[in-house]
Design a binder for this molecule. Structure first.
Ligand code: TXA
Ligand code: MG
Length: 324
C-alpha cells in the first residue's frame, strides 16, 4: 500500500490546476459527479489514479478537456459524432472516439479508442482551462462505491490517498455522463447517464443502446464488467410500493410516499431530483448504520434509464468483483 499522504482542501480552480500540473491528484466537481483528476499526459499520475481508487487496470479512463476545439488534440471526430457534439457538448456526455494515440496507453487500457468529455460545470471548466492539458477523471470514489456528488463524499473515500479536494457545490445531475461510442456506423450508448436516450435520438435517430447480453465479457464497455455503486447496506429495487419491507434497519427512497416503519425516507419530487439524491442517499444509509436500502423503481424513460441502471447495479453488487 502507498504511504498515507496529506490531502489538502482547496477552494480555487487555480490551486487545483497547480497541483494537477505538478503531477498531483485532485478531486474536483463536474455537473455529473466529482471526478478524480490527473494530468492525462503524465503516465505516473495516471498510474496513481488507478492505485488511489483501487481500480482495475483494464477499465479505461475518461479524458476531460476544457473546450470542444481541444477534443481533436487527443481524438479524431468521425461524422457520426458531429450532431452529438453540436447538441450536447459541453455537458454530461462522453464520446468514445478513435484515439490519436498521443496519451499513455494506461489511460485507454490499451484500447484504440479514447473516451472524451467537455464538462459544462463552470468550476470544472475553470480547472481544465487553467491546467491547459487533458485531464483524466474517473468518479472520485473508492472502486465499487457510490460515486461522490459532494466534496465531502470524495474526501471521505480518498482522504490520505490523493493530494487535494477542490471544495465546490453538490453536483446538479447526480449520475455520471452518458457514454456513447461513435466509432461505428451508428452511435451506441454504452452507459446511460445525464443525457437521455430520447434526447440523443432527437439528433441521431439511429442511436442504439448497448445490448449487455451481446457484450457479456464487456468487450465494448469495459466498465460494465465490474461491481458498482454499492454502499455497505444491501440495496433492493422495489418494482412497486407493494413490495416494500419496512423496518427500523432500512432506508427508503422513491417518488411515492413510503409505507410506515422505515428508519428514514427520502421522497424526491421528480426523477431528476431522485437522480441527484441517489448516491448521497446510499452513502447516508451507511452513515446511519442501516443495513438495508429499499429503492422504488422509476419509469425507464429520460433520466429514469440512468437511475434504474445505477439502482440495479447497486442492488446486484453484493458478492460481485470490485470495479470502477
Ligand atoms: O460523469 C462522468 O463521466 C464522470 C465525471 C467525473 O466526468 N466520470 C466517470 O468516470 O464516470 P468513470 O471512470 O467512473 O467511468 C468511465 C466509464 C467506464 O464505464 C469506462 O469503462 C468507460 O467510461 N470508458 C472509458 N474509456 C472507454 C473506451 N475507450 N471505450 C469504452 N468505454 C470506455
Ligand atoms: Mg465510476
Amino acid at each position: 500500500m502507498a504511504p498515507r499522504i496529506d490531502t489538502r482542501l482547496l477552494d480555487t480552480p487555480d490551486e487545483a490546476a497547480a497541483v494537477l500540473r505538478r503531477g498531483g491528484l485532485v478531486a474536483f466537481p463536474t455537473e455529473t459527479v466529482y471526478g478524480l483528476g490527473a494530468d492525462a499526459t503524465d503516465a505516473d499520475a495516471v498510474g496513481r489514479v488507478f492505485a488511489a481508487k483501487g481500480r482495475p487496470a483494464d477499465n479505461p479512463l475518461i479524458v476531460h478537456v476544457a473546450t470542444t476545439a481541444s477534443i481533436s488534440s487527443v481524438a479524431d471526430l468521425p461524422a457520426a459524432a458531429l450532431p452529438l457534439v453540436h447538441a450536447f457538448v459541453p455537458g454530461p456526455l462522453t464520446l468514445v472516439l478513435p484515439s490519436r494515440g498521443v496519451l499513455p496507453s494506461s489511460v485507454t487500457a490499451g484500447l484504440p479508442t479514447v473516451a472524451v468529455r467537455v464538462p459544462s460545470d463552470p468550476l470544472a471548466h475553470a480547472v481544465l482551462a487553467a491546467t491547459g492539458r487533458p485531464v483524466v477523471a474517473p468518479s472520485a470514489n473508492r472502486s465499487g462505491r457510490p460515486s461522490p456528488t459532494t466534496w465531502q463524499a470524495a474526501h471521505a473515500d480518498l482522504d490520505g490517498r490523493i493530494d487535494a479536494v477542490l471544495r465546490g457545490a453538490p453536483t446538479t445531475v447526480g449520475v455520471e455522463s452518458t457514454v456513447v461510442d461513435v466509432t461505428g456506423d451508428v452511435p451506441v450508448v454504452l452507459r446511460p447517464g445525464g443525457v437521455s436516450l430520447e434526447a440523443i435520438r432527437a439528433v441521431a435517430p439511429a442511436t442504439q443502446m448497448l445490448d449487455v447480453a451481446d457484450d457479456a465479457r464487456g468487450a465494448r464497455s469495459p466498465g460494465l464488467r465490474h461491481r458498482h455503486y454499492a454502499p455497505t447496506a444491501r440495496v433492493r429495487v422495489l418494482a412497486s410500493r407493494a413490495d416494500a419491507r419496512p423496518g427500523a434497519d432500512a432506508l427508503y427512497i422513491g417518488l411515492e410516499a413510503p409505507p410506515d416503519g422505515y428508519a428514514h425516507a427520502v421522497v424526491p419530487s421528480t426523477a431528476e431530483a431522485y437522480a441527484r439524491l441517489l448516491f448521497e442517499t446510499l452513502r447516508d444509509a451507511d452513515r446511519r448504520g442501516l443495513s438495508r436500502v429499499e429503492a422504488l423503481a422509476v419509469e425507464e424513460v429520460g433520466i429514469g434509464r440512468a437511475l434504474l441502471d445505477r439502482l440495479r447495479r447497486a442492488a446486484s453488487a453484493h458478492g460481485a468483483d470490485a470495479g470502477a
